[in-house]
Each structure stands twice: as C-alpha cells, then as structure tokens.
Design a protein around this ligand. Structure first.
Ligand code: PMP
Ligand code: GLU
Length: 396
C-alpha cells in the first residue's frame, strides 16, 4: 500500500535530540561503549521528598481523571511558585497543567496560530520549536545570532524580523542549547520593540529557570506590566527537579489563551497524569533550595567541560550561564578530512564523533545553527572526562 500519511506528519522532522538518544541506545545494545551526551536529561534521581508525595498519592487513591487543566491545589502551588520565584501574579483561570512543557508549548501554538502566521525564533532555539510551530500551520522565522553576542538576539534584529504576519516570538531563557540568559535589561529592550507591535504574543520558556549559575538573574517577560497580557510563561519540573519522565509542565497565560488550551487538551489527553500532578505540588511548594545541590553539581561540570573542550583546537565555546549544555562552534573543521571522513557540516561532525569517538552529541542544525554541536553535561564527571578525551583523540 502506498504511503497514506498526512502532509502534516510527513512535513515534521523527527526530534533530533530524541533520535540521537535512540541511536545511542541502539549502539549500546549492540555492544558499543557509547557515552551519551545528546539528551538534556539530569542524571540525578527525583529527590525522595517528591517521590514520597507520589507514593502517598497512590495510597490516598488518586486514580480518577483530574480536572483537564490540572488539580486546583496544584494550580495554587503554581500560583505560589510564580509569585515567590518570579513575582508574577496569576489566578487559577490563567493556568493550564499539561503533559510536559512540550505539550504546553504545542497547545499554545495550536490555539494561537493560523496558517501562514509567522513565529520569530531567535537561533539557536530548542529543537522542537520549529516543528511545533509548523504543525500548527505557522511559519518559523529564524533570527541568526552568533557566539559574539552570546547567542542572544538584539532589539534591532527583532525589529527587522517583524512583518505584518508576525504573530509570536518564542524563546527560552536560560536557553537550550546555548545556556545564555537574557537579563532583565535585555528583555526590556526587546519589550520596547514589541510594544510597538501589539499583535505579537510572546512565549517565554523558563523551564531552566533554576539551573542558573549566578551571573545573570532570571527574568520573566511577563513581569513587565505592558507585556503581561500578551505573554505566555511556560515552565515545568523536568529539568530542575530531575523529573523528565513524570511529564508535567504548565503555562501562565492570558485567560483566553488558557481557556483555549484547556478546550484543546480536553479533546486530546483529558489532562496530565494524576500521581505526577500530586508529586509536583510538593516539588513546587517546597523551597528551591532543596534542589540547589543539583545546580551546584551542574556548575562544577560546566567548569570542567569548558576547560576540557577549550583545550581542543577548533572548538570555540561561549560560557553558558544556565541550563546544562555547551554549544561549541566547530566550523573550523568544515572542509577538513578526519580519519578519511570529509566533514562538510555540523551533522557530519556529530556523526563522526558518534562513529569514531563513541560519543553522542547533537548537530546544531537541529537548533537552527549549523556551525555548532550541542553537548549535554548532565552526565557524570567520569563520563565527561572520558568523552572529551575521546573527542580530542578523534579530531586530533
Ligand atoms: N523547553 C525546553 C527549552 C526544553 O529543553 C525542554 C526539554 N524537554 C522542554 C521545553 C520540554 O520539557 P518537558 O520535558 O517538560 O516536556
Ligand atoms: N529537552 C531535552 C533536550 O533538549 C529532552 C529531549 C526532548 O524533549 O527533545 O534534549
């Protein structure tokens, strides 16, 4: 039978991060000693105090459908968290809990975009943004940045990317994959451009908020009074709380957007997992100081991996201020032959590292920057040392 799939799915690119992780798993199963630095996933276990809350929820018979947009007391925990950490005031009608921040983003794209609407994506951007936008009929408009501006978009760049069709701006800060953080002043400068274009909705993905190494304080676009009514604040527990598999994310948004996401979700998933939602109440109500030990550990690994990578000729790294990725510019290798393999682009380079160093990374092309590769340092010190030493030998 011929391919009966929709154009919609045929036009989607598979998630490069998940694909690389699957490839690494396959190679490992075939007996290869692969070090996986491709997936953005903490190598910690979910802290015990959060696990205990989930176990208690099982015993307390939380087993029914939840409200589509999340338990009311989870919403209250989110309200507390957003006030405490971000000085943002939301009420219950503005919140929607979803199956991961990924679904939260997907919902927002589906309810806001019409065919042909443009969405500005400062590059590098998180791998799924462009496909989530395309799935909603939107047109990603990539704004190239470089290591010289710490991979951040300037107000001038934003202004020149805006057209009458621009409907949204999406970014993450701290950024996956560059680790860059927009300061409050930098966000204000972008907001000064945006206030001239009231039709633009902003998606501020703050999922790495807590993984911040203390140079630039976290800031939220919605904290500006004139941006609050047009900003969707996206957050989740996957990264900072080592809860990737629990699949809980959420938005704080203008009520009309939250209501629309609720309607969509009611026809798609009926809501997020009940036990995970109970556990997340504890995660959010407890002080973020309880997860600081993981952030401290990531910071040490960042220093380690930057030192090691910078000793390899041809690797040029910015200093990530948050998240747990380095995004080295490796274009110095383009046009060169390594061990008989011609390197034409970042995908060739990432594949070369997988095959010749047994190290899984992700090509920068997946993040809208073809000069770089992404390396996750959410891995043990031993693995980081061994991986970089193998890379050094493979490119030497
Ligand atoms: N946004 C960014 C920037 C991410 O890196 C991720 C990673 N998964 C997500 C959203 C999605 O998070 P979740 O696992 O909660 O769906
Ligand atoms: N966000 C993580 C990453 O960037 C997890 C993988 C994914 O959801 O794509 O690697």
């Amino acid at each position: 039978m011929s391919n009966q799939l929709s154009d919609r799915i045929n036009n989607v690119t598979p998630s490069a991060t998940l694909e690389m992780a699957a490839k690494a798993r396959e190679l490992r199963a075939a007996g290869k000693d692969i070090i996986g630095l491709s997936l953005g996933e903490p190598d910690f276990n979910t802290p015990d105090y959060i696990k205990d809350a989930a176990i208690q929820a099982v015993h307390d018979d939380y087993n029914s459908y939840t409200p589509v947009d999340g338990y009311v007391d989870l919403k209250d925990a989110i309200i507390t968290k957003l006030k405490r950490d971000n000085n943002l005031t939301y009420d219950r009608s503005q919140l929607v809990v979803s199956t991961g921040a990924k679904q939260a983003l997907y919902n927002v794209a589906q309810v806001v975009l019409n065919d042909g609407d443009e969405v500005i994506l400062p590059c590098p951007y998180w791998v799924s943004y462009s496909d989530i936008v395309k799935l909603a009929g939107g047109v990603p408009v990539e704004v190239a940045t470089s290591i010289d501006t710490d991979f951040k978009m300037t107000p001038e760049q934003l202004e020149s990317a805006i057209t009458p069709k621009t409907k949204m701006l999406w970014y993450s800060s701290p950024c996956n994959p560059s680790g860059s953080i927009y300061s409050k002043e930098e966000l204000r400068a972008l907001a000064d451009v945006l206030k001239k274009y009231p039709q633009i909705i902003i998606v501020s993905d703050e999922i790495y908020e807590h993984i911040n190494y203390g140079v630039t304080a976290h800031a939220s676009m919605a904290s500006f009074e004139d941006m609050y009514d047009r900003t969707v604040t996206v957050n989740g527990v996957a990264k900072a709380f080592a809860m990737t598999g629990w699949r809980i994310g959420y938005i704080g948004a203008p009520t009309y957007i939250a209501r629309a996401c609720n309607k969509l979700q009611g026809q798609v998933t009926s809501g997020a997992n009940c036990i995970a939602q109970r556990a997340v109440i504890t995660a959010l109500v407890e002080s973020p100081s309880r997860i600081q030990f993981m952030v401290d550990e990531f910071k040490e690994r960042r220093t380690l991996i930057l030192g090691l990578l910078n000793s390899i000729e041809g690797f040029k790294c910015n200093e990530p201020e948050g998240a747990f990725y380095v995004f080295p510019d490796i274009k110095a290798y383009f046009g060169k032959t390594l061990n008989g393999t011609m390197i034409n682009n970042a995908s060739d380079f990432a594949m070369y590292l997988l095959e010749n160093a047994n190290v899984a990374t992700v090509t920068g092309d997946a993040f809208g920057n073809g000069n770089c590769i992404r390396i996750s340092y959410a891995a043990s010190e031993k693995d980081i040392r061994e991986a970089v030493s193998r890379i050094k030998i493979a490119v030497g």
